[in-house]
Structures are given as structure tokens and as C-alpha cells.
Design a protein around this ligand. Structure first.
Ligand code: CDP
Length: 217
């Protein structure tokens, strides 16, 4: 068996990073960590406790975030995997993700999960900051309209939301995530770009698996 590696998948909002990362982790029998879910969980904590971006800094030690083996996320022992997906969180998450002490804490947890390698992690700064030594780095993008359409189709099943709202949120997060001072969304120099605007899920997976096989050998 080949030695375990780290696979870092970064990219713009709603580009299918999580789906690809989860599938690759299953295929390789690796741990999957959705780093975006961690920033979403912090945002949920802030909203629930009525804390703004200045106040939250004093409550960082009150936040515990863990994953179970199936990738469900727990905020202070409560499973919040569903709750963090809503627009209420999407609208605020980029503000909280821009705060230095929050990022420090999340990065520490993320690096802990990668200590023994054998991990697929998706996010914004995984290939640049969390695991700059990752053996395989992918950077995913797709046109904003296609991303918004895909996310809208998912969200509309559970919530009252319009395509326009989803598109606006995606553009807004891309802008905030790319322009923040601390660990902005950037393609790592050695990341491979995947634009999946015109690719089916199967084509995307096939292409990614070929890259994984190369990285393993
Ligand atoms: O799945 P989607 O593309 O909607 O986003 P996500 O991965 O759930 O991430 C939600 C938000 O968390 C992003 O818009 C970023 O503001 C933040 N994030 C980050 O700053 N750094 C990461 N490594 C992952 C997410």
C-alpha cells in the first residue's frame, strides 16, 4: 500500500469541493475534514449567543469543534451539521472567518487532523497555509451562475431562498474571502486548477482520481 498523503482542495464558494473531497476520502479510506463547516459552526455559535465580531474573540475558549468518523460536525457536543448549511449562516460566515484568533484556533485543529496524513481537507487556505506541504493540491472553480444554480437546487429543498439570493451570497463571499488580510483565498503555486463549469460529477471524479493515483505513486 502507498504511504498516506494529504490532499488539499481549495476554491471559490460552492464549487463542489466538499462533495469531491468526501468522495475521494471514501475511495482512499482517508479522513475527510470540511474546514468550511468549522467556520460555519463558529458563526452559528456567535449568532446563538448574540456575539458580534469583536465580542466573539473573548469567547474562543468556549467553542469546541469536533468531527465524528462519518464527517458530522459537533459544536460543543451538539451535532450542527444541518443547521450550519442555512443562508442565515452563509450570510455572516465570511465576517467571522476573517478574524485572526478564530483562524488560529481552527488551523490548529485542522493541522491536528493531518498529523498522521491520510486526510482530504477542503476550504480556502488549506494548500497555502494549513498544509503547504500537501502532496496533492487542487483549486476548484466554476462560473458563478453555474455554482449558484447548483447550490440553489440543493438549498431550495429545505429553505425558502431564491436563486438571486444564492448568487449574491456566493459573489459576496468570494469577494470577502479573497480580499481579507489574513489567509485570503488564493491558489497555491503548485495547485492544479479544476474548472468544473462544464463537467459532470462523474467526469470531475474521474479526473481527480487520476491526479490522486499520480500523487500516490
Ligand atoms: O461550501 P461553500 O463553498 O459554500 O463554503 P464553505 O466551504 O462551507 O465555507 C464557508 C465560509 O467559510 C467561506 O465562505 C469562508 O468565509 C470560510 N472559510 C475559510 O475562511 N477558510 C476555510 N479554510 C474554509 C472556509
Amino acid at each position: 500500500m502507498s504511504k498516506p498523503i494529504i490532499i488539499a482542495i481549495d476554491g471559490h464558494a460552492s464549487t463542489g469541493k466538499s462533495t469531491l473531497a468526501r468522495t475521494l476520502a471514501q475511495y482512499l479510506n482517508y479522513v475527510y475534514i470540511d474546514s468550511g463547516a468549522m467556520y460555519r459552526a463558529v458563526t452559528l455559535f456567535a449568532i446563538k449567543n448574540d456575539l458580534n465580531t469583536e465580542q466573539i474573540v473573548h469567547h474562543i475558549n468556549d467553542i469546541s469543534i469536533t468531527f465524528d468518523v462519518s464527517g458530522q460536525i459537533f459544536l460543543n457536543e451538539e451535532n450542527v451539521s444541518e443547521e450550519i448549511r442555512g443562508m442565515r449562516i452563509s450570510e455572516r460566515v465570511s465576517e467571522f472567518a476573517a478574524i485572526a484568533p478564530i483562524r488560529q484556533k481552527m488551523i490548529q485543529i485542522q493541522q491536528g487532523y493531518g498529523r498522521d496524513k491520510g486526510v482530504v481537507m477542503d476550504g480556502r487556505d488549506i494548500g497555502t497555509v494549513v498544509f503547504p506541504e500537501a502532496e496533492l493540491k487542487l483549486f476548484m472553480s466554476a462560473s458563478p451562475e453555474i455554482r449558484a444554480k447548483r447550490r440553489f437546487e440543493e438549498l431550495k429543498l429545505n429553505q425558502d431562498v431564491s436563486y438571486e439570493e444564492v448568487l449574491k451570497n456566493i459573489l459576496d463571499r468570494d469577494d470577502k474571502d479573497s480580499s481579507r488580510k489574513i489567509n485570503p483565498l488564493r491558489k497555491a503555486n503548485d495547485a492544479i486548477i479544476i474548472d468544473n463549469s462544464n463537467q459532470s460529477k462523474e467526469e470531475l471524479l474521474q479526473g481527480a482520481l487520476e491526479l490522486v493515483e499520480k500523487a500516490l505513486n
